[in-house]
Design a protein around this ligand. Structure first.
Ligand SMILES: Cc1cc2nc3c(=O)[nH]c(=O)nc-3n(C[C@H](O)[C@H](O)[C@H](O)COP(=O)(O)OP(=O)(O)OC[C@H]3O[C@@H](n4cnc5c(N)ncnc54)[C@H](O)[C@@H]3O)c2cc1C
Length: 427
């Protein structure tokens, strides 16, 4: 049995890793030229920007590749506690505390390269897939610029710009229009030398509908800082260094003082294709056998929530419990993929709806706002919240009477603060 994976990004590598457990032959086809060393590449333009790896994603990867975490630390990744951060939300600095869970801070190319080195599937680079091949209504391979390659299963892991819906349409298979929630967020990223005491993770979070400028800073390998200015609704940082510096100075808490000792090492790189976008492939009536899709090709999240890699890891693991790739089996697989992405999608898209709709983000949005107040005051609430954000605890763990009472208290305090005359000192 042979599986072909379109795309050697993180979703493709992880899918291939799990498929090698049940398929005799697993081949990843990647359009970019791949290097043995961590390098930025054209097919993954987001690789130049901060990528947080959630604790759950890190744990699952360690299960798939035992010893990966140590290997990454050896290569310079920073290992910290998941509470080791300094974060400003709309109501103040979070009441950070130790969580007792390991967090790896690193660049995306470093992570991808080390996963690639551990994957035993065959990887063929510089192969551009241009279509799907069909037999009797099912997919039986892919078309490349040089010909056709046979497969019993084709896995689309080609990311947010996947052409699979178009290729299916050419074969008379219509997939539902994707659901899109676009906060209009743009990243502008520059790497600096890391001052000695700079936190492992530092961020000023965006908050709809008022706070359209923020920043995420991560310590990465090579004693460097990756600084991503994030601007929502088109309020993006510019590429020129002076304009970029001005943008950083215009944040609620300007970080120029913190960066005073930091030397810029790169130009500023921009990226703004960040809309949350999900395809309901599971609802395609005549979805073919022999084809499934995972990762950003199915559901891409606004990256400010840091969910994509972890969801892709969870989706790859679905191949362990699934071996029916008939048309019915593939639809069943897509239902599992949709279910895996559902919770993270609800969390991030709900928060973002307030950028684009006058109506607030419903009950979930209201409840998340309560938490914004709770986590600036209460380390225990912070701990509970971080465990959910990092997907190691269920969102249901945020719903209990003790928590409700404490949240009610802090949101009363926040309302009193809002009513204070301008100029008085918060907290
Ligand atoms: C600015 C930004 C910041 C992000 N930050 C985070 C973060 O903090 N945390 C997090 O978890 N996630 C983050 N993400 C999301 C994360 O990058 C993805 O969710 C994750 O990497 C999984 O992507 P993927 O493998 O599905 O697709 P991609 O990483 O896009 O990989 C797709 C691969 O397919 C190849 N390909 C495409 N078409 C073809 C073709 N026709 N033929 C052959 N090969 C093809 C491409 O070259 C590429 O290698 C961020 C995304 C962006 C845009």
């Amino acid at each position: 049995m042979k599986a072909l994976v379109i795309g050697g990004g993180i979703a493709g590598l992880l899918a291939a890793r799990v498929l090698t457990e049940s398929f005799d032959d697993v081949v990843i086809l990647e359009r970019d030229k791949l290097s043995d060393e961590p390098e930025y590449r054209a097919g993954v333009p987001q690789g130049r920007h901060t990528h947080g790896l959630l604790v759950r994603g890190g744990e699952l990867m360690e299960e798939l590749f035992p010893g990966l975490r140590d290997e990454l630390v050896q290569a310079g990744a920073v290992l910290a506690d998941a509470g080791d951060m300094k974060i400003l939300n709309p109501l103040g600095w979070l009441a950070t505390t130790r969580i007792g869970l390991p967090l790896l801070s690193l660049s995306r190319p470093l992570l991808e390269t080390h996963i690639r080195r551990r994957v035993t599937a065959k990887i063929v680079d510089v192969v551009h897939i241009t279509g799907l091949s069909f037999r009797g209504g099912d997919v039986d391979g892919v078309i490349t610029r040089d010909g056709r390659i046979d497969a019993d299963l084709v896995v689309d892991a080609s990311g947010r710009s996947s052409k699979v819906p178009g290729w299916l349409a050419e074969a008379g298979i219509t997939t539902p229009e994707p659901e899109v929630v676009d906060s209009g967020t743009g990243y502008a990223t520059r790497i600096y030398t890391a001052p000695k005491d700079f936190p492992v993770v530092y961020a000023e979070s965006l908050s709809a509908p008022d706070i359209s400028r923020g920043v995420a800073v991560m310590r990465i390998e090579g004693d460097r800082l990756m600084v991503s200015a994030q601007g929502a609704v088109g309020d993006h940082a510019p590429r020129d260094p002076d304009g970029y510096q001005e943008y950083l100075d215009s944040l609620r808490v300007p970080i120029s003082e913190l960066l005073a000792e930091a030397e810029p090492l790169t130009p500023v790189y921009l990226f703004a294709r960040t809309a949350s976008r999900r395809n309901a492939f599971e609802a395609t009536a005549n979805w073919p056998g022999g084809l499934v899709a995972v990762g950003d090709a199915v559901c891409a999240f606004n990256p400010v929530y840091g969910q994509g890699i972890t969801v892709a890891t969870m989706e790859a693991l679905l191949f362990r419990q699934h071996n029916d790739f008939s048309a019915k089996g593939c639809r069943a697989f897509q239902r599992k993929v949709a279910k895996t992405a559902q919770g993270p999608w609800a969390m991030s898209s709900n928060a973002d709806r307030s950028w684009v709709e006058t109506k607030r983000g419903g009950l979930l949005g209201w409840y998340i706002n309560k938490w914004q107040a709770g986590i600036v005051h209460d380390p225990d609430l912070f701990r509970r919240f971080v465990r959910v954000v990092h997907m190691v605890a269920s969102p249901a763990s945020l719903l209990n009477p003790v928590v409700f009472r404490r949240l009610a208290k802090y949101s009363r305090q926040a309302r009193r603060q809002e009513r204070r005359p301008a100029g008085s000192t918060p907290r």
